[in-house]
Design a protein around this ligand. Sequence first.
Ligand code: GDD
Ligand code: MN
Length: 376
Amino acid sequence: MNDVIKPGPETPSQAAGLPLLSVVVPTFNERDNVTVLYRRLDATLKDVPWEVIFVDDNSPDGTWDVVRGLARQDSRVRCIRRVGRRGLSGACIEGILASSAPFAAVIDADLQHDETQLPKMVALLRNGEAELVVGSRYIEGYRTEGFNSQRAGASAFATEIARRALNVEIADPMSGFFMIRRDRFEQLAPQLSTQGFKILLDVVATAHGKLRAVEIPYTFGSRQHGESKLDSMVALDFLGLVLAKLTHDVITLRFILFGMVGALGLLVHLAALFIALELFKAPFAEAQATGAIVAMTSNFILNNFLTYRDQRLQGLGIVRGLLLFYLVCSVGLLANVGVAFSVYDQEPIWWLAGAAGALMGVVWNYAMSGLFVWRK
Ligand code: GDD
Ligand code: MN
């Protein structure tokens, strides 16, 4: 298990010029940063055979194009351009799994992480002292330039929640800067979530303390070009990850969001029904049908915006998705009524039957939407 990896000049892999370290860099709109980062890696990794794998989610600023340019000059540069997908965790996972080197590092493209720590991290993995090395902001020696106090506070609070809820021992599980043995990562990969930002937290929570981790302090610098992609949605992603891990993936954030959107849909339905009846003096059946269509449409829009924002439908896909969503929900309504009816038949308790039907409807809509409307 704790074997030491020592590719030196004597091993065939190095003789063949194969990398010991793959540096995985997730990018989204980092056009002005990637070349600088590449040069810095080249300067700092003099004694380590390395490659860099940029994983770009089809950045509108054409980051991938700049990376292709670098790759044409230096075969150690690789580019994965992903289309139709967004997400930091997913990009990191894909990058690491595209590597065949014994060690993989993840580092941000925006030069906020300190790449000069990489040789030290390699040394710790190489001599077997660690299987995971984390660039940490919460241990002595850490300095920050890129964090305002509000964000630092929120980050410290979230870290505390994560550490308690998931029994995570490292000080900075939210760090986006780490290096890991690829064989260990491959073992964990099938259980990792591709949604969200917190890949390291996911890795350590999934490993259940079975990954020997060492933390080293580094200076979190300030961003040179472009802007941060972390928005308020990240807090949601974080809660979702904690929840999913605590319940062994039974309850996911997606399902909760979907359920919340559904509950809101009920209110929308009632409001539309009221307006149709009172303002437009529509007959009840037509007013009810109008309410249902309005509610389904608003649910679709909200789910596309929130629940499935990492695979948001666009353009013509929206029309197709909406029609499919109507279909899914109509069948869901039949399932809802069917279940409620049979429960009521056995036990005439109106709220129990109603709740059972509603739950059935939500589970159905959720499962079918994932299969047909927002399929991967
Ligand atoms: N491929 C891909 N897809 N890359 C992304 C995406 C995405 O959807 N979103 C962000 N990135 C890339 C950015 O281009 C950048 O290289 C890196 O991920 C980090 O994104 P930032 O937007 O700069 O995040 P941050 O600086 O606010 O937060 C970072 O540092 C924190 C502290 O270490 C992240 O690494 C956090 O995870 C980390 O907690
Ligand atoms: Mn950043």
